[in-house]
Structure formats: C-alpha cells, structure tokens
Design a protein around this ligand. Structure first.
Ligand SMILES: [Zn+2]
Length: 602
C-alpha cells in the first residue's frame, strides 16, 4: 500500500510548480493575451483549442472538454495516479516528500486481473529472453538471429526471446504460479480448445518480440516463426491491456532520442525499428500492423512536430507512406519521407548496404513532403507522352496550391517550369486558377489544413438561461468565498437545477471550510470526480466581470429559481389539458388559477 503524501506537501508542490512550464514539456504553447494556447494532447486536432491559464494554474480544452490542474494534467496524460503525479512534480521542484517512494510505485491501481495479465507478460518476457540467450534449447534461434544481422546488444535492448516447441509449456509455467487460465486466455497467452476445454500455448517455436506500452510494461508479443510455419509473424490478439490503435512500438525507448533530435522516424513494422536501431537510429517507432490512428497521432504530438516516414519502398509501402503523410499533415506535422533504392525495406537495405549508408543516404537524405509527392504522382506515368505530362503537371500544381507560403509555392513552380521547359508565368497563372477553383469547391465544407495559431473561443453555446446563470454564479463563487454563502442564503433551501453544478457547490462549501482564500487549482485537487473537475476548469475559463453586483446576483438567482417554477407550470399545463379532456371544468378552473398564480411569481 502506498504511503500518503502529507497535505501540506501537496500544497507546497502546487505553489512551487508552474503549470505552463510542466505542460510545455508536452505541448508547444504560445502566449496569446493572458493565456497560453496549443494543440490539445488529449485529442487529435489541427487548430489549437487547448488553453492554459498561468493566473489560475489550470488548463482546459474546449475541443474535447479535458481540463484540470497540473496534477490532473499529468495523471491523464501519463495515465498515472495522483500520488505518482505528486512525486514527479516534487522531484521537478526539489521538494523532499519524506516518504518511501518505492512503496508508492506501481501506477494507477489496476484491477487484480489486469495486474495479473501484466505480471504474466513480464514473467514470460524474462523467461523467453533467458531461453534464447542462455539455454541449449534456444541456441538454434539465437544463431538464426545472429545470422540475420541481429547483435547481442539489440537482442538485449529489445528483450528478444524464444518460445519452446511445446504445446503446454506456458500453460504449466503460469498455472504453477497461480495465474488463472481464464485470465491468461484473455491475455492472449494461451488458447482454449473447443472440444474439451483444455488449453494450449499460443506461441510455440518462435522468436519472441515483446511489445511494451509507453511506460515500459510488457503488454503483448509478436512471435516470428523459425521454420515454414505460417503466419510468419503471429501477434497477441487485442486484449484489455493491448490496444493496437494506441500502441507505438519502441515509444518508451525512443522518447528521449525523439525529444533530443526533435523528430521521430515512423517505420512500417517493428523489425525495421530494431534494424534501424542497429544503425544508431534510436528515434524509430512503428505501428503494430495498423494504419496510423488519431490516438497514435495524439501520442506523438506530445513530444514532436516533425516525423520522417520510412516505409518499405515498394508499391504498397509508397501508397501507405502517402496515406500516413496526408494524415500527419492534416494533424499539423512537418513531414519528410525517407526512401530506399530498389524497392527494399529498411531491414533489407541495412543488410545489403550497411548501417552507415542507411544513416546517411536514406535517413539523412529524406525528401520533403512535397518532393515525395513529385515522385509519388510520377509513378505509372510516361512523362514523354504529352497526355501523361499534362496530367502530372496539373496534379503537382494542385499540390503546390495547398502550400501556405508564397516562397515555397514559387520554389516548386520554378522546379516544375525548369524540368518541363515551361513558362513560369503560365504556371503561376494556372496555379492561381486551380487555387481559386479548389477554394470555391471546398468553400464552407472544409477548413484549410494549416491555420495560423489563432484561437477564437467559440461563443458560449446557446445554453438555456438557467444553466448560464448557474455557471456564472459558480465562476464568481470560485473567486470569492463570500459569494458562496450569499448564494446559499438567497437560494433559501432551493438547489441548482443541474446536478453537477449542485455537486460543485457542495464541494466548494467543504473546501471553504478549511481554505479561507479562493484557489481554483487547489480546489481542483480537492474534487474527487473527473467529470466535475473538467466542468470547473471549463467554467473557470469563462470571462466574467471581476465584481459581482447585487443586481447581477439577484438576476442570476432569479433565473435559477424560475426554472423550477417554469417546470411546475409545464406540469400544471399538462394536467390542465388532461382534466379539460375529461370535461372536469371545475377542476380545470382551479388548475388554471394555480398556473396564473405561478406565472405572477416569475
Ligand atoms: Zn482536447
């Protein structure tokens, strides 16, 4: 059980850290007015809707609703517990916590089953690796790897292993250690036989590549067959701990290098990542056999803005690179593309040409995204033929029209003009025509891919008056303790109409019992509920007047109370219709009277 960090310490940490500084480690922030803005690390977007307030020490995204203080930011982003976030922050500002840190390690409290799934993977990773490097049984597998250019160093770094040629070794290994077979089946490590309900090992006689999550936990395996066994690569199925659309292979090891070099290299498969690493390229990552998802992109954006795509240079690889590049470009990344000669993949290229050539002539000679498109659109065309040539030029001009900078457009138009001996003026003319035609086509349909860092917070959506009134009252209560008590008094026992708003007030009352000064960031730590925390951050980011006048206050209270009366009136009106239908006129008269009375109270 983790030791608790004393509350004074938490306060001390909160006062010492600056939320802008912490978030800047993950998001590129630009100052605009009093606040900072950037691309939200919690959802994929190309225009910034994520804001950080240094005054209030909170963040909020009006795109996805994420919001909170510096603790909740780290908790959500890193998937860690409050304690762990506090430990991280304390280390950043050199605050001695006086607790045994190792005892509070271990992450978010996982369910027993999930923890068992992780533990089993961890055990097996170590065991598979041991079998490969230290035992007679694994020797042929080790030789196979060394023959294919793997080094002892990379075998250790990537914890590569070997699974025995046995139907039940893993099953026995795990059940002997009290792992439940049902959960190990759910973890994808063993498979249940339909006919008799017994289990057998998923991975047999394969080279085992562990897949890690971003914290370095082993969450899955990919097993490469040694013989003619199909499939060549057998992956763990999707499980409660392994979600392909979120996992980037090698992310946890590559992160420091990605940050240092300011770019990441995206490979098609993990074998390429390992091969490139051998060439000293340590900032490589790969998806696990899926196309790039928004979740991958959000993860990447936390650390980097430039991506070099290094996919296979065969036809399928080039198509995939084109798709991934477009996806990344829409998300606002700078893109380069590294290409190999002869349609090779990175692994093959390195085996054939060596590591130096790969570093210098492939990665070092990456093409700009536009230069890649010049090549991409050229494929399958015979540019000696006038028809093909015209089609190609038009495609390229279309792409040039998408560029933001006039200098860039000019550069590529010149390149095109000189290659095909065309008049630059004519090309410019055509480019403008295409630009306006495209603009007309997409007008009102789609935003341009690149937009300047300009943030316009959407006008407060048209919310019912009582909700706006409640939000504004809460905003003032957050800033002023007195307002909390005044509002309570004026409501005279009535509550806010929105349950969440009422819950926030209940928390505020508790908070102000032991805090005399308003402090939204401290309050956010005090609130236990994620959803409410987001709501408070959202409300806190509204602009309100510094002072709440009595007139304003009574207006808001009136809005809040009227809503209840309006509901009552509606109820009565339904009742009235009912009795009228029953032709109960005396009762109808009574109800009509009541409605009139209620209306007068509004
Ligand atoms: Zn967001």
């Amino acid at each position: 059980m983790a030791e608790l960090i004393a509350e004074e310490k938490i306060d001390q940490i909160r006062q010492a850290v600056d939320i802008v500084e912490v978030i800047s480690d993950y998001v590129q922030l630009k100052k605009q007015g009093r606040n900072y803005f950037g691309l939200c690390p919690f959802h994929g977007e190309s225009t910034p809707s994520f804001s950080v307030s240094p005054d209030k020490q909170i963040f909020h995204c009006f795109g996805c609703g994420a919001g909170g203080n510096v603790f909740s930011f780290l908790m959500e982003l890193e998937g860690i517990s409050f304690q762990e976030a506090a430990i991280k922050l304390a280390a950043k500002v050199n605050i001695e916590l006086g607790i045994n840190i190792s005892s509070s390690k271990g992450g978010k409290k996982l369910s027993k089953e999930l923890q068992a799934m992780l533990d089993a993977h961890e055990l097996l990773r170590k065991f598979y690796h041991h079998l490969l490097v230290n035992t007679k049984e694994g020797q042929h597998a080790l030789e196979y790897l060394l023959n294919r250019g793997f080094t002892q160093e990379s075998i250790d770094k990537f914890q590569i292993g070997y699974s025995l040629n046995s139907w039940d070794f893993v099953y026995k290994f795990l059940t002997k250690r009290d792992f439940s077979p049902e959960w190990m089946e759910k973890a994808g490590l063993i498979i249940k036989r339909e006919r008799d309900g017994t289990y057998f090992d998923r991975f047999r006689e394969r080279i085992m590549f562990p897949i890690f999550d971003r914290h370095g936990n082993t969450i899955a395996f990919s097993g490469r067959s040694l013989g003619a066994d199909e499939p060549k690569y057998l992956n763990s199925p999707e499980t409660a701990i392994f979600n392909k659309s979120k996992i980037l292979y090698n992310y946890h090891l590559a992160k420091p290098s990605i940050k240092k070099l300011q770019y990441a290299i995206l490979f098609e498969g993990f074998a390429d990542v390992i091969a490139a690493d051998r060439a000293g390229v340590e900032n490589g990552i790969a998806t696990m056999g899926t196309a790039l998802t928004d979740e991958h992109i959000a993860l990447l954006r936390q650390n980097v803005q430039t991506i070099t795509i290094c996919y296979d240079s065969d036809k399928a690889g080039i198509e995939a690179a084109y798709r991934a590049g477009n996806h990344l470009q829409e998300a606002g990344f700078q893109i380069k593309v590294a290409m190999m000669t002869d349609g090779l993949d990175p692994d093959e290229y390195i085996q054939k040409n060596g590591t130096d050539k790969f570093r210098n002539e492939v990665i070092g000679a990456s093409l700009t995204w536009m230069a890649f498109k010049f090549l991409y659109f050229r494929r399958g065309k015979n540019l000696q033929l006038e028809g093909d040539q015209l089609a190609y030029i038009e495609q390229i001009i279309k792409e040039i029209s998408k560029l933001d900078k006039a200098v860039e457009r000019d550069h590529y138009l010149r390149q095109l003009a000189s290659e095909f001996s065309l008049s630059l003026e004519a090309l410019k003319q055509q480019q403008k025509q295409i630009y306006f035609a495209e603009k007309r086509k997409s007008y009102g349909l789609k935003e341009p891919a690149h937009k300047p860092m300009l943030v316009v917070k959407p006008a407060e959506e048209l919310k019912p008056a009582y909700i706006t009134a409640e939000r504004r009252l809460i905003a003032h209560m957050l800033k002023n303790r007195e307002v909390v008590y005044k509002v309570q008094e004026l409501l005279a026992g009535q509550t806010f109409n929105t349950d969440e708003h009422q819950a926030i007030i209940t928390y505020l009352l508790g908070f102000f019992e032991d805090h005399t000064e308003p402090d939204t960031s401290a309050f956010l730590t005090y609130i236990q509920d994620d959803n409410l925390r987001r709501m408070v951050a959202d409300i806190e980011m509204m602009s309100i007047n510094d002072e709440l006048t009595n007139q304003e206050l009574t207006d808001y209270i009136k809005q809040v109370c009227n809503y209840q009366k309006l509901l009552k009136i509606k109820e009565k009106e339904v009742e009235l219709k009912e009795v009228e239908r029953e032709k109960n006129f005396s009762k109808a008269a009574v109800i009509a009277n009541e409605i009139n009375h209620l209306r007068k109270l509004l």
